[in-house]
Design a protein around this ligand. Sequence first.
Ligand SMILES: [Zn+2]
Length: 241
Amino acid sequence: MPIQAPAAELVDKLVLANRILYDHGVVDGLGHASVRHDSAPDVFLLSCNRAPAMVRRQDIVCYNYDGDAVSSTTERPYLERFIHAEIYRARPDVVAVVHSHSPSVIPFAVTRQALRPVFHMSGFLAGGSAHFEIRESSGNTDMLIRSSYLGEALAKSLGSHTCVLMRGHGSTVVGTSIEQVVYRAIYAEVNARLQLAAHGLGDITFLNEEEAQMASDMNDGQIPRSWNLWVKRLGAIDLDA
Ligand SMILES: [Zn+2]
């Protein structure tokens, strides 16, 4: 049975998310954002194989947990759609996912150092980031999550965290809305820069778990303000072109 079309507003938000993430340097030609379908919970929306800044409404495709397209498309899919598929399968609480190769997290991923909240904007990193070592499940690879098997291994490493660093590759963040996951992707990158800078100066006092949780709850209420600014920064845009 064909699935119901997603809400037009959800598609528009996902297109905007792609462009905002590029505008903030979180994604470049690669990287992707997805959201769970609003009326078919075991389906998610993700662009076809296109650079995030060029994603249009008509590029958004619905996929199932196996990474198969369940809406009509003739376009190539992203190789790494299994990141999204397996996280949605494993985490019913997750509504949106961003995968990127944003550069500042890479030093942490290759040294198994967790990202931890250095300021209130990154309270969502309470408990620290998770770590994924692809060699443990597949030996030597091209580092990409190109199968359900690897996606499942990544989702297992993510566990109940909000962010997983992927050694030699990048990171993936999850959230309960498109706006929140874009916020988290932007501030995971900012936190990585600040944590690295602080580390060179001396011992870091991170937000403790309680501070981080309180800051995270506060920030969640402020996300619409940031989202409106990020959309405005894009200027006059056509979501169909
Ligand atoms: Zn990747």
